[in-house]
Design a protein around this ligand. Structure first.
Ligand code: ZN
Length: 209
């Protein structure tokens, strides 16, 4: 079994045959009953498909939202069961339990199994790569990080996302790994209202990973 020791940072590392102008939008830590529907409505409005990195605990709490994500044509990614941080230095058994638990919870909710894994906090280690490889999951990271989870202000999120170039993977959050009940993601939603039409007008093609 080949074990990757590095996640994919760009679209073409995941999808070598994607168009040259492809970019990928990703949403982590949901689904959340307040913010995920608002994100889905914007994606639908602008005809954009994205990849949702789902926390297993959230999938179990909101299976209807997981089904809706899939039904609307978006991709799903395993983002651990409970989003423990730091992630990489836990025992191999604990890491595998987090990945396996989420795989079961997300698959049960979605009706289809994720093929991708994103480590909580982007915190990778050899045991993390081994655990995901043993489950047939491809590791994905990002290269554009607006740190929207920290609520830096809508304009900062907009500026960061608008710096995207062809091939970039963009990171946003529709939930919060530390707070299962959710935190305010209105800055992220407002930023997307500006960013989605502008990136589309540049001729970028949004792809799912
Ligand atoms: Zn996360």
């Amino acid at each position: 079994m080949a074990v990757r020791q590095r996640p994919a940072y760009t679209v073409h590392q995941v999808l070598p045959n994607a168009p040259a102008n492809a970019i990928a939008l990703t949403f982590d830590d949901g689904p959340d009953p307040t913010w995920t529907p608002q994100v889905l409505a914007l994606l639908r409005q602008y005809g954009v498909r994205a990849t949702f990195c789902i926390v297993g605990r959230q999938a179990r709490a909101h299976p209807d939202l997981v089904r809706r994500i899939v039904a609307e044509g978006h991709a799903i990614c395993n983002h651990s069961m409970t989003h423990p941080l730091p992630f990489s230095h836990r025992s191999a058994a604990a890491i595998d339990g987090e990945i396996g638990g989420a795989q079961a919870a997300i698959t049960a909710a979605a009706g289809t199994a994720p093929t991708l894994f994103r480590a909580p906090g982007g915190d990778w280690s050899p045991p993390v790569f081994s655990a995901e490889a043993s489950r047939g999951l491809k590791p994905i990271a990002w290269d554009i990080d607006p740190r929207d989870w920290s609520r830096p202000g809508t304009q900062k999120i907009v500026a960061s996302l608008l710096a995207a170039k062809p091939g970039d993977i963009l990171l946003c959050h529709d939930g919060d790994g530390e707070h299962p009940a959710g935190v305010d993601r209105s800055e992220t939603v407002q930023a997307l209202q500006t960013v989605l039409p502008q990136l589309k007008s540049r001729g970028l093609t949004f792809v799912t990973l």
